[in-house]
Design a protein around this ligand. Structure first.
Ligand code: UGA
Length: 435
């Protein structure tokens, strides 16, 4: 099939590349000519495992094209995915002006029938708005069909998530569009759920909000564990063994971050509000999430007392491992709180330091974990990179001034750390420092 994907962010770039790898001819379009130039040179603008070789392979096979010429792409293809950004406005609503602009361009350009697919995360009823725009600016009287096809891939495992998804949701209003999208996805052999457009739109916001709720729930339990001496890891294991609950997304820590959960939970609260429902549950999910960062900093202060002029080593800046994405990373808030108390931060992240430089000021970026830990009074783990699990902690301990270890992700072996002489503090899991 011939496909256009407008927007080469995480979703658009991964979707476009994977559609090409499935044998389709794909035009990936972006207004950012620098990015398109980079992609045409075979360079991937984001750190995403496995993506760059897949781009290279499909560009070479002449199935994948990067262009700023949206009109040409529209005219050469039948299915057009809208995967542009829907960033939050200051009031928390999703800003849909990029989506509207793309819809307008499609309407003004197309001379033959098109299937227009919303891939970006959008509020319910956006499909109706897109359909209205397509009708309004339609000089050639073209027939448009609108489909909602939300994407569930995660950063850091995006290619695998796209190619081996748990489910594919296709919200289509016509039989023709349903059939076409069904055919497009048929090589993936995943369960396809066909719905109406609005239900598909809500599935995306409801899924992200539910996952965020799971995280805040276990973070609340972690707090209770901290105050009672129970171990949240065991509690989560015991809960997760119930098939109705499941073990995933029950890892407590310093709260969720990234460009999806914070923005989507906020947007869903706003959507609900507009429809007359006060989504108090999600408001509490947000509260708990913000509190996690403060709880973490309080723990550090309880042990180190005054932070002024104390050297603190931070391992991990990205909002999660296997990405260089710093958007809404908990590390930003935590480092700011520590700096406000006068702490000196020495940080290391395997890939996110370049991006972190524009987000976090006044810290020392180090070339590796050992350099960051030297002479530190405390070591904080803020992202659970595999590299950190394999560090020589004996060497690290020996180079530190005092030996406080705050594991914001519960990713280290607490017993081992304690046996090495660290004073270990997890989130709801203290590894029992008294033993
Ligand atoms: C999330 C969803 O998982 C994807 O399904 C969705 O497609 C995507 O948002 C999106 O809407 O585009 P992503 O933000 O890439 O994906 O990352 P996640 O792996 O979901 O992690 C989000 C945050 O939750 C991270 O900060 C992570 O550290 C945190 N988290 C996750 C926890 O604190 N505990 C957990 O148990 C799981």
């Amino acid at each position: 099939m011939d496909i256009t994907v407008v927007g080469t962010g995480y979703v658009g770039l991964v979707a476009g590349t994977c559609f090409a790898d499935m044998g389709n001819r794909v035009f990936c379009v972006d207004i950012d000519s620098k990015k398109i130039g980079m992609l045409n040179d075979g360079k991937c603008p984001i750190y995403e495992p496995g993506l760059e070789p897949l781009i290279e392979k499909n560009v070479k096979a002449k199935r994948l094209f990067f262009t700023t010429d949206i009109k040409k792409a529209i005219n050469e293809t039948e299915i057009i995915f809208i995967a542009v950004g829907t960033p939050p406005k200051p009031n928390g609503d999703a800003d849909l002006s990029f989506v509207e602009n793309v819809a307008k361009t499609i309407a003004e350009t197309a001379t033959e029938p098109k299937i227009v697919v919303e891939k970006s995360t959008v509020p319910v009823e956006t499909g109706e708005r897109i359909a209205a725009v397509l009708k309004l600016y339609n000089p050639h009287n073209v027939v448009f069909e609108v489909v909602s096809n939300p994407e569930f891939l995660r950063e850091g495992s995006a290619v695998k998530d796209f190619l081996v998804p748990d489910r594919i949701v296709i919200g289509a209003s016509s039989e023709h569009a349903r059939k076409k999208l069904g055919e497009l996805y048929s090589p993936l052999k995943a369960k396809i759920l066909f719905t109406d457009v609005k239900s598909a739109e809500i599935i995306k916001h409801a899924s992200n909000s539910f996952l965020a709720t799971k995280i805040s729930f276990i973070n609340a339990i972690a707090d209770i564990c901290d105050n009672t001496g129970a171990d949240v890891k065991l509690v989560a294991e015991g809960m997760g063994l119930d098939a109705r609950i499941g073990k995933s997304f029950l890892n407590p820590g310093i709260g969720y971050g990234g460009f999806c959960f914070p923005k989507d939970v906020e947007a869903f609260i706003r959507i609900a509000e507009k429809k007359g429902y006060d989504f108090r549950l999600l408001k509490e999910v947000q509260e708990i999430n913000h509190a996690q960062r403060k709880i973490f900093v309080k723990k550090i202060e309880q042990q180190l007392w005054n932070l002024n002029n104390k050297k603190i080593c931070v391992l991990g800046l990205a909002f999660k491992p296997n990405t260089d994405d710093m958007r809404f990373a908990p590390s930003i808030d935590i480092i700011k709180m520590l700096q406000d108390e006068g702490a000196k931060i020495f940080a290391y992240d395997p890939v996110a330091m370049e991006r972190a430089k524009s987000e976090i000021r006044g810290i020392e970026f180090c070339s590796n974990a050992y350099a960051a830990a030297k002479d530190a009074e405390a070591l904080l783990v803020l992202t659970e990179w595999q590299e950190f699990l394999e560090l020589d902690f004996k060497k690290i301990r020996a180079s530190m001034k005092t030996h406080f270890l705050f594991d914001g992700r519960n990713c280290l072996d607490s017993k081992k750390m304690i046996s090495l002489g660290f004073k270990y503090f997890g989130m709801g899991s203290q590894g029992n420092n008294c033993l």
